[in-house]
Design a binder for this molecule. Structure first.
Ligand code: ARG
Length: 549
């Protein structure tokens, strides 16, 4: 059997009209129910460029458009608008399709890609903070949406588990005579701060810490044992955060900086041999146009930095993970870093033309003073504190919905204010409001079930409230497809918000359980379709859809 067409009624109509007009008809929702469902000013725009009377152009277009299968006879209004009213049976069939299609209208791509998503990536011996909250939530939504549209997603959790901080951490542990395996992540975080202060104030300690980096990185067993313990306790803490955040990441997705250690000397050799990297003032550098400073592949002291590891990561992601597309989710301030890493990777031949790389930089989370959210000691706010704050206002699943929705409902590049009281409201543009709309559908369907009422098929849709709901439901698949392409989850959030509002007006205008026969079955069918779209949509944002609230 052929796949069912998943295009929304709106886009089917747009395509059919554009085939005749040659330009985008820019369909808009009708301003009043008596004008039908959509209106277009395409005739007026054509008339202007052709220098003819608009109503005459409109009449001619109406003549030429063959839309009898989709629409009632077209009407011309005012100065030359064309009004479109979808046929009732077409609307009913579109809504019914949501009930019948196991994919709920989400199209499956005909060009499946292997997509690496680099997200979350907290640092060992440090608690996750507000920045990691955003990358984890956003990356998780990308993961869900890309997988749902038929791509193979390969999450890569590039945790910071290597580098110079371990010199001071290990020295501090030895100084204090601590058993690292007994620490919690919060203890390790406090240890990190003590070590950093010690490093700053005590020259002798700083010298030892620097020497320790060398010893540790050349394979000293005592140092490595402490390092492994720090990783183990950090992972326990990260996994606890992931469970609390209800995200898809698992240990299988871990690919920390240290996993590239063996690749680094190989990479250096390749870059030296190809002449892409050159020695400059003792450091091995790659120069690319458009950047103030070169990318330093190997420092003068022989050490490797953050950028070198990112080069090695691209190399592996292309060669071993066979990525077609690589997406990095970090805060916007790292965009310069990634632009340079991508340019160098291209120059080095690690990043072929056909592999798409993207850095998605997100904005900051602000406190009510309009400044970046901080914890009491002045460092970035801790992720667990934010969850606690939201939970002061609502149950965990609702608090989490509130946070995720606030994070995903406006353009990712924008900053937003963390306002737990507003975010957890069950009215307005919030996550809990969407959960509530879903729970409302569940409640109606429970009653229908108790009374053994037939749910669907959707056959009669005479009321404007029913028709608008059906139109909106038929757009779901396209919205998801758009988000997969543009990586803009706020489009899905906004759609679901609109759906919740449309459902509320439908429910206000059209009695469901108190109606009868085919009308009741159709209305219950609409409730079920709304429930399915809402629950799937929330799932794609990583938000729970409880059946009762
Ligand atoms: N660990 C870094 C941080 O906490 C983020 C790493 C992002 N990913 C990458 N491939 N550089 O800021």
């Amino acid at each position: 059997m052929d796949a069912m067409p998943s295009a929304s009624l709106l886009s089917q109509l747009t395509d059919r009209v554009q085939a005749v007009t040659g330009i985008d008809p820019e369909m808009r929702p009708a301003t009043k129910p008596q004008f039908g469902h959509f209106q277009s000013n395409v005739a007026m725009r054509l008339a202007k460029s052709e220098g003819r009377p608009p109503r005459e152009v409109a009449a001619q277009l109406v003549e030429k458009l063959e839309l009898d299968d989709l629409c009632e006879p077209l009407e011309i209004a005012g100065p030359g608008f064309i009004n479109f009213r979808m046929k009732q049976e077409v609307l009913a069939a579109a809504a019914e399709q949501i009930l019948e299609d196991p994919r709920i209208g989400i199209p499956e791509t005909d060009q499946p890609q292997r997509v690496v998503i680099d997200y979350s990536a907290p640092n060992v011996a440090k608690q996750m903070h507000v920045g990691h909250l955003r990358t984890t939530i956003i990356g998780d939504a990308f993961n869900r949406v890309l997988a749902a549209t038929g791509h193979t997603v390969i999450p890569q959790n590039h945790i910071g588990d290597w580098g110079t901080p371990f010199g001071m951490l290990i020295e501090q542990i030895l100084d204090e005579g601590l058993d690292a395996s007994t620490l919690t992540l919060a203890d390790a975080d406090a240890l990190y701060k003590r070590a950093a202060a010690h490093f700053k104030d005590d020259e002798e300690f700083a010298t030892r810490a620097r020497a320790r980096v060398e010893v540790f990185q050349s394979g000293d067993e005592e140092s490595l044992a402490i390092w492994r313990q720090l990783i183990a306790i950090s992972l326990t803490g990260f996994n606890e955060a992931y469970r609390r955040l209800n995200v898809l990441l698992t240990d299988a997705d871990l690919a920390g900086e240290s996993t590239y250690n063996d690749d680094l000397p190989v990479l250096v050799k390749e870059l030296e041999e190809s002449g892409v990297a050159v020695i400059d003032d003792g450091a091995l550098c790659v120069f690319v146009d458009g950047f103030d400073a070169p990318l330093i592949v190997r420092k003068r002291d022989g050490g490797y930095g953050y950028a070198t590891t990112d080069l090695a990561a691209i190399r592996r992601r292309v060669r071993e993970l066979r990525a077609d597309r690589i997406i990095y989710v970090t805060d916007a301030r790292q965009s310069g870093h990634f632009a340079q890493v991508f340019a160098v990777a291209k120059k080095a031949g690690y990043l072929p033309e056909n592999v798409q790389v993207q850095h998605i930089g997100y904005g900051m989370v602000l406190g009510d003073d309009g400044r970046p959210l901080k914890s009491r000691d002045g460092s970035a706010a801790k992720l667990s504190d934010l969850l606690d704050l939201a939970e002061e206002n609502a149950a965990p699943s609702i608090a989490l919905a509130a946070i995720k929705y606030a994070d995903l409902s406006s353009g990712l590049q924008k900053d937003y204010t963390f306002d737990p009281q507003r975010m957890t409201q069950t009215t307005g543009d919030t996550g809990p409001y969407l959960q509530y709309a879903h729970a409302r559908c569940c409640q109606i369907l429970r009653k229908a079930e108790a009374e053994e009422l037939p749910v669907g098929p959707i056959t009669v849709l005479t009321e404007p409230g029913e028709q608008q709901l059906a139109l909106l439901l038929s757009r779901f698949g396209e919205v998801v497809e758009d988000v997969a392409r543009t990586l803009a989850p706020h489009k899905l959030s906004n759609y679901l918000y609109e759906l919740a509002g449309q459902f509320a007006s439908f429910y206000e205008q059209c009695p469901v359980l108190k109606s009868e026969g085919d009308v009741r079955a159709s209305r219950l069918g609409l409730v079920l379709a709304t429930r399915r779209v809402m629950s799937k949509g929330l799932y794609l944002l990583g938000i729970d859809a409880p059946e009762r609230m």
